[in-house]
Design a protein around this ligand. Structure first.
Ligand code: C5P
Length: 321
């Protein structure tokens, strides 16, 4: 067989998995204090949304890991400047190689739909999607839960996004527990409008500028969990809280302006997601969310999304032996 035919045959026989890895919003983000390792202790109710990255991982025989990224509705031009060792998907693949001690490598292709530097967990979704795809290829006996500890080294949101579904996240992000028990799901999803003001915010910088502004109150988390379980968007809109909002708003007043624009457009409430720069407004229904979005300025990136009932990442690609 010619070398070219051999390469084509290898290509078609190579194992690949495609995973949809959702972005997230934080309904609540309480910062409980600064830790001695420089991180902050958090308590957050994090919910996946219907804006997702598509991560395809294809096993290769050489040990190398490579990654290509294209954007679907988001600008990925800045990512070209990011060295591979900083790419969270590449780091996730190297971690998985280490964990299973394989000499194999992989080619990762990502279609990005979650805005970059938006506090919506796009980069963490890429890492979580890569871990999940390689778990299916290389470690099918290992549960997703068993990998959350190792995934924490990749980034604070990765354990939550790997577990999938609505979670309460604690510690620096490494302690995650699902809001729903096995087989349970929300009475109804929440509909929301997400706005990305067009610039990235550095999470590390915002945490370094944060000053305590609230006495931690476990009721905030409890109420948010109850609202998600009951699908009660009115209760959620009374409960939402983000401890980074004032800090981010001081340095990036546009985030506050877009929260105001969302409220003035009829959203039940509006909040910064994570460390920003994206903000979201909660709505009563899909129609209400469409109406809110329709009243926003036309030139700003916005999407109507829903929370995902159990948020699981769906592998829909062929796993060819
Ligand atoms: O973990 P991740 O890479 O997402 O965090 C980015 C930065 O945000 C960290 O380097 C740290 O400065 C800050 N951070 C924090 N406490 C957390 C999560 C993040 O101080 N729980």
């Amino acid at each position: 067989m010619s070398a070219v035919l051999l390469r084509i045959r290898k290509y078609f026989m190579s194992k690949s998995v495609t995973v949809d890895a959702p972005g997230k919003i934080n309904l609540t983000l309480e910062i409980l204090g600064k830790r001695s390792d420089g991180y902050h202790d958090l308590r957050s109710v994090l919910v996946p949304v219907s804006l997702f990255e598509t991560v395809t991982v294809c096993e290769t025989d050489g040990g190398d890991v490579s990654c290509s990224i294209s954007g679907d509705g988001v600008d990925t031009s800045e990512l070209g400047k990011c060295p591979p060792e900083k790419n969270l998907a590449v780091r996730a693949a190297l971690m998985m190689k280490d964990l299973c001690g394989t000499a194999k490598g992989c080619r990762i292709s990502i279609v990005k739909r979650v805005p970059i530097g938006a506090g919506m967990g796009g980069g963490s979704a890429d890492a979580a999607g890569t871990v999940e795809a390689l778990r299916r290829l290389w470690m099918p006996a290992a549960s997703r839960e068993s990998l959350t500890g190792a995934a924490a080294a990749l980034g604070s949101d990765v354990p939550a996004q790997l577990l999938g579904g609505a979670v309460v996240m604690e510690g620096r992000g490494e302690r995650v527990r699902p809001v729903f028990g096995h087989g349970e799901k929300a009475a109804a999803p929440f509909w929301l409008v997400v706005v990305f003001p067009g610039f990235a915010v550095s999470t590390g910088r915002m945490y370094s500028l944060w000053t305590p502004d609230l006495t931690p109150d476990p009721e905030i988390c409890k109420n948010a969990v109850r609202s998600v379980r009951n699908g009660d968007v009115r209760e959620a809109s009374r409960t939402v809280f983000n401890g980074l909002q004032n800090t981010v708003g001081r340095y990036y007043p546009e985030t506050e302006r877009f929260c105001l624009a969302l409220r003035e457009s009829g959203a039940l409430s509006a909040l910064l997601s994570g460390s920003g720069s994206a903000v979201f407004g909660l709505a009563e229904s899909r129609e209400h969310a469409d109406a809110v979005r329709g009243r926003l300025p036309r030139d700003v990136w916005s999407r109507v999304v829903s929370t995902l009932p159990d948020g699981v990442m769906a592998a829909h690609g062929p796993l060819t032996p």
